[in-house]
Design a protein. Structure first.
Length: 285
């Protein structure tokens, strides 16, 4: 049975579409109806104008030196786009591969950063499915396929399987994440229920970036000996480790330190100040 491969289109976030039109280079996957995501086609798109547009798409067969570059035409309205492939500009065929021109209607989902939609083909009967793409830093090229460049594909497949958002949205979440200390009761290292949602959101940000870690620093007030407080601050930091690893965050993504009573942020002569000092601080590293 022959494999059929085709192209895709992606546009920027709704706000960008409204302000400056659809423009740029994008990449993603085309998933045929009845096909598993691991079998999806590699696709790139270069969109050069907005409104009634002209652009290009590049299709690649995973693991093969086969590709096709097509011209595109269509119309972008708000956060949606309609497109049609036409004119093969350059291609390299391979056994079992047929290039099928498609029509597609795609919509940008601002909560995830993906452009998603359905496609169909008037050239190839029964050829239809779903497209999902994200913003790309790689230029669309008409040069032969470099298989090493396709290394992003399994990472993207894993992102989709695990429900992760598009890279640009994850990066915004990381940059805009607001750290807050979490506080502990007197002489305790147990995490209060009120902080669980905050910690879960932090762990989600860390797990969505392969190169990101979180630093956890435990503190205490000045009651007790220096040695006891150092141990208590350690136990508070280790409670965060246990919480994060229970969520599935790898231990090597967490760095801890414990400072005992040496870095107060409140006045240890007052109850209010002592409460501010019974804390754990966080930072991305």
């Amino acid at each position: 049975m022959k494999l059929f491969w085709t192209g895709c289109f992606l546009l920027v976030a709704c706000m960008t579409v409204a302000q400056s039109g659809v423009k740029g280079t994008w990449q993603g996957l085309l998933i045929r109806d009845g096909q598993k995501i691991d079998q999806a086609t590699i696709i790139y798109f270069d969109f050069t104008t907005s409104g009634d547009f002209i652009g290009k798409s590049r299709e690649e067969v995973p693991g093969k030196d086969a590709f096709a570059v097509r011209k595109l035409k269509g119309k972008a309205e708000g956060s949606s786009v309609q497109l049609k492939q036409f004119v093969v500009e350059k291609k390299k065929d391979a056994s079992g591969v047929k290039w099928c021109a498609i029509d597609a209607t795609l919509t940008y989902i601002d909560s995830t950063g993906y452009l998603e939609g359905k496609f169909s083909s008037s050239e190839c009967r029964g050829y239809s499915g779903k497209i999902i793409c994200y913003r790309s830093a790689m230029p669309l090229t008409t040069e032969p396929t470099v298989k090493e460049v396709q290394s992003w594909r399994p990472i993207f497949v894993d992102d989709l399987k695990k429900g992760r958002k598009a890279p640009e949205i994850r990066e915004l979440e990381r940059k805009n994440f607001k750290f807050e200390p979490i506080y502990f009761d007197v002489d305790k290292a147990e995490i209060k229920d009120e902080y669980r949602a905050f910690l879960e959101s932090m762990a989600k940000v860390v797990s969505s970036h392969s190169d990101l870690r979180v630093k956890v620093t435990g503190h205490t007030d000045s009651d007790g000996s220096d040695a006891y407080n150092m141990d208590l601050s350690r136990r508070r930091a280790e409670a965060i480790i246990a919480f994060f690893t229970a969520l599935g965050l790898a231990r090597d993504r967490i760095e801890i330190s414990f400072e005992g009573e040496t870095h107060p942020v409140g006045d240890n002569k007052t109850d209010e100040g002592k409460q501010l000092n019974r804390r754990v601080d966080f930072a991305f590293i």
